[in-house]
Design a protein around this ligand. Structure first.
Ligand code: NIG
Ligand code: FE
Length: 409
């Protein structure tokens, strides 16, 4: 057992049975001021007013007026990659669009070519540094996708790297198989063949060796069609992989509806949404995940998260950390963008990045709030006056210490 005492504010207290927050609930954050918290076996067992704390013989950490917040659950990342794509960044500055760069052989295919030549050890090494970096910025759970392999060997190499990260790190790490991220040039005229020859065999191995829990597909013009996506999910359903899909990033072609109809855990991106599609998500198990740092970096529209919450939806925020559209995993900055460009309140942004992010990776029974029985994955801050301090102080993190399973990292 371990005590944390003299906490200025504990933010994000929820009943343990709350799995996500929707609509107006997203603006509510329960706080206890002048508080204590007890941890046992890595889990929260008690918290309350400091006045009610009973001194005991267990180790006691005096937080000296710092605040406590649950860690972020970053439910959408592509954190395993071979190299940054700074050259494309310069092309973008000179006016090329994300789509033009991809059409000219850059983009995902560029990352795949580099990943094919990079050893598993080297990939693990660079991804390890990125995981350490995002943990320092408050991330306490991560979803990571494959999708820069695009051959059987390279996709499985990526999934094995993710599995090693899962084994090496104390935070929960979940894998999504995203072989359907781009169509390799040799299959350009026949994406069906790519699905048969690469995607299907990978699904079999990923399921058999438990290398992935989720299936992801980039459903978009010039990538995978609705028909391709349906075929892939017909196959992955048999192996029990749950869909978590890239939809409505560059166009709206019915991908959001397909995600909902397929019972996807999350429908991610959503930059191109009409009210019809917003209404389609209402009261569904599928959560809408928005990625404002992708919109910021490649200058595409922001997902209409304000309208979505006003329409009663649950929204999750995630980073999309990847070398092309979002070379940053700073969830504090994601909160700033959500407030500034998507008009979320700081409370809504906080809930979207914690409890709702946890839901979007099927972990809200385990973390995402300060609740009895949940993992003690939290961070402390000496500077916070209110929740608004995080998005207000854009570009940096207010985090002093990060605790995972009650242990300081
Ligand atoms: O989520 N949209 C598809 N995939 C990534 C970007 C991939 C890349 O450019 O490397 C995304 O933005
Ligand atoms: Fe993505």
């Amino acid at each position: 057992m371990k005590n944390f005492v003299n906490i200025k504010n504990i933010y994000g207290i929820l009943d343990s049975n709350v799995m996500r927050l929707s609509g107006a609930e997203m603006n509510e954050v329960e706080i206890i001021s002048d508080a204590y918290m007890k941890i046992e076996n890595g889990r929260i067992i008690e918290f309350g007013d400091m006045a009610n704390w009973m001194q005991n013989s267990a180790p006691t950490i005096d937080l000296k007026g710092n605040s406590v917040l649950p860690c972020y659950a970053d439910s959408h990342t592509h954190i395993v990659f071979a190299e940054p794509r700074e050259h494309e960044f310069e092309l973008k500055i000179k006016g090329k669009t994300y789509e033009e760069i991809a059409a000219a052989g850059g983009g995902i295919l560029n990352s795949a070519a580099k990943l094919g030549e990079t050893s598993e050890e080297k990939l693990l090494q660079s991804a390890t540094q990125r995981v350490q970096q995002v943990m320092r910025m408050g991330t306490g759970a991560l979803e990571i996708k494959s999708g820069y392999g695009l051959t059987i060997d390279a996709e499985l190499k990526m999934l094995r790297v993710i599995q090693k990260l899962y084994e090496n790190f104390p935070i929960p790490i979940k894998a999504s198989f995203l072989g359907a991220h781009a169509i390799p040039s040799i299959y350009k005229s026949n994406p069906k063949e790519y699905i048969d020859k690469v995607i299907y065999p990978c699904i079999e191995v990923a399921a058999k060796e438990e290398l992935a829990e989720f299936i992801d597909i980039f459903i978009e013009k010039n990538y995978f069609s609705l028909e391709d996506a349906s075929r892939i999910m017909d196959y992955s359903d048999k192996y029990g992989l749950k869909p978590k899909l890239h939809v409505n990033q560059l166009s709206n072609m019915g991908a959001l509806q397909l995600a909902v109809d397929r019972g996807a855990l999350s429908a991610d991106h959503l930059e191109e949404m009409t009210q019809l599609e917003i209404d389609y998500l209402k009261d569904k198990t599928t959560i809408g995940t928005v990625l404002p740092s992708c919109s910021f970096f490649i200058k595409i529209p922001y997902a209409p998260a304000r309208q979505m919450i006003d329409s009663g939806l649950a929204i999750a925020l995630a980073s999309d950390y990847n070398p092309g559209s979002t070379p940053s995993g700073n969830m504090n900055f994601v909160l700033s963008l959500a407030c500034i460009y998507q008009k979320l309140t700081p409370s809504e942004a906080f809930n979207a990045a914690t409890i709702n992010g946890a839901y979007a990776m099927d972990l809200s029974h385990e973390l995402g709030s300060i609740s009895i029985g949940k993992r003690a994955n939290f961070f402390t801050s000496s500077e916070m006056n209110s929740l608004a301090s995080i998005p207000y102080s854009f570009g940096r993190s207010m985090i002093d210490e990060v605790y995972i399973n009650g242990e300081r990292v």
